[in-house]
Structures are given as structure tokens and as C-alpha cells.
Design a binder for this molecule. Sequence first.
Ligand SMILES: [Zn+2]
Length: 344
Amino acid sequence: MVSPAEPPPLKPSPVSASVDFDAKGVQHGVLTLPWSRDDSAWGSVLIPITVIAGGPGPTALLVGGNHGDEYEGPIALYDLALALDPAEVTGRIILLPTLNAPAFAAGTRTSPIDGGNLNRAFPGRPDGTVTEKIADYVTRTLLPMADVVLDFHSGGKTLDFLPFCAAHILPDRPGAAEQEARAFELVEAFGAPYSVRMLEIDAEGMFDTTAEDMGKVFVTTELGGAGTARAETVEIARRGCRNLLIAAGVLNGTADPAPTRWLDMPDASCFVFSEEAGLIRFLVDLGAQVDTGQPVARIYPHGRTGQPPRDLRAGRSGRLVARHVPGLVKPGDCVAVVAAEIDS
Ligand SMILES: [Zn+2]
């Protein structure tokens, strides 16, 4: 009997950390990933990292800047890295405010080095592109240490969201019900104005999927967007992050709970796409209630006058949780997202 050939074992990661993950106290350091290029022959990509460890307890992995043009998470995490005292930490917090550091420095969603979308590059490769090497380090070094993961997102330069915290409806497998329930408890504890149960449409390659497949409790956010951060959404990120750490048993202190409304994103009917280019006029604003078939936006062809606009309609009833920015759309753009109300 010939057994099928095993794939060759993965090479070691080329990433090195200047922090000791087993040491107590606060350490601010960098992950170093060699990147040889025209302006720096033996240069590197540096990714900032903070490790804060107190007594024994669970480990939380907090990530911002998975996409480089989303700002609430990075602001909250730079702030937390300065503020946290190891005496109040029961366990360990590993904090990376700008995981895709090259994209963050460029202010772009994807990496300017290789065009890689980090949140579609998981589980990554140790011998792949720069983006794949970052994903591989997270998958094989950081995730095995983590019990709970919080990955901050916002809409970036092309979407604006009603601020929400979210977790996924997981595929049916042993342990998934408990893992999913724990994630939804932490979403509730985060206390964003809205909380969403998401069924991911395009889950392949996502950080979320890799972490969830490893049994980690994974929580994410969409807190705003439009290429900036607002005072309100930054405050939601700061307060929510602390609340989540307290609920996860990683941080001592008193939570600052806030009421949240639960929404469901169960299938592809939530997403409204444009098949045409044009000037977009929203007919409803973020947070509005819409009915199935209701026009939510109107696309005007702007090449000449006298052309009728095209209406884009909601595929389901619910609340408008995301809208396209800026004012021009291209064929294939997601222009709106409608989530269903849940009675919780
Ligand atoms: Zn994102």
C-alpha cells in the first residue's frame, strides 16, 4: 500500500521578534521581516508590537491595521499600549496596532510592496510574498499563544459603516457552538452601538477563518471608515477594547457597558452592488430602516446630460449598516449593506 505523499514541512518564519513573549511586564518592540529593495539592500519591514503580561491567565491578541486605511483600531491600540499597567493584567495582552505596516504607512488597504490584501492571505506562507510572510507569522507564532483575538476593522477609504462589533456564525463542527457563543458574549461585552452576527460570504484567506479553524474565540469590528476616524468611533474602539479584555478575564477593572442592538447578516441579500459607473446619490443614510426592493441609491451616468439614472434597491429589509464612499462608483463596487434586525 503506497500512502499519499505528505506535503513538505513548512520552513521556519523569516520574522523575528524583539520582545520576549514569556516575560512579565510591558515590552514595546518590533517584528522584523527582511525586505531587500532598491533603497535598502539589506532592509526590513518593521511591525510595532507590545506585550503586556501580568499574572497567570488567558492571552488576548489585539490587532489593528490588518487593512492599512482603517484607523479606529490603531488609535485605540497605540493608546492602550501606553496606558496599560501590567498590575491590572491577569494573563497576557499581545498588541499589534498596524499589522500590515507597509500598507498602513502608505495609507492603503493593500500592501504597496506586493499588492497583497493581508486579510485574504491567511494562513500565509513563510517563503511567499511579504504579505504572506506576515500572515504566516501570525498563524504559526502568534495565534497558538492566543485564547481570544480582536481584529479591528473599519470601512477604509471606500466604505463607511454604522459602528458595530461582530462575530461569525461558525460551521457545524465539534466545539463550534461553545466557541461561537463565547465570541457573541464578548461582542455584547464590547458594547458597540450595534452588534452583528455575520455569515461570511468570502471567508477564504481571512485572518478570522484561520483563527476560528484553530478554535480561537474571534471578534471583529467595523467602526466607521471613509479613510478617517471620528471622535465618536475612536471612543467606541477604546471603551470596547477594555470592556472585551475585562470580559475575557485578561484585565482587572470595572467594565463600562453600553447598550447594543443586535443585527444579522445572514446571506448575500445584504449586499447591494452597482453594475455601472457613475455619480452616486444616496436616498437613505446610515442607520435608516429600509424595505426589500426599496431604492437605496441612484447612479447618474455623468458623461453627458439627459441620461436617466439607475436605482439600486435593497435585497432585503433591515437597517443600512454600510455605504460606499467617495461620490463616484465603478462597476462592481459594493454601494450599500443592509443588515436584518434581530429581537434579542
Ligand atoms: Zn478591513
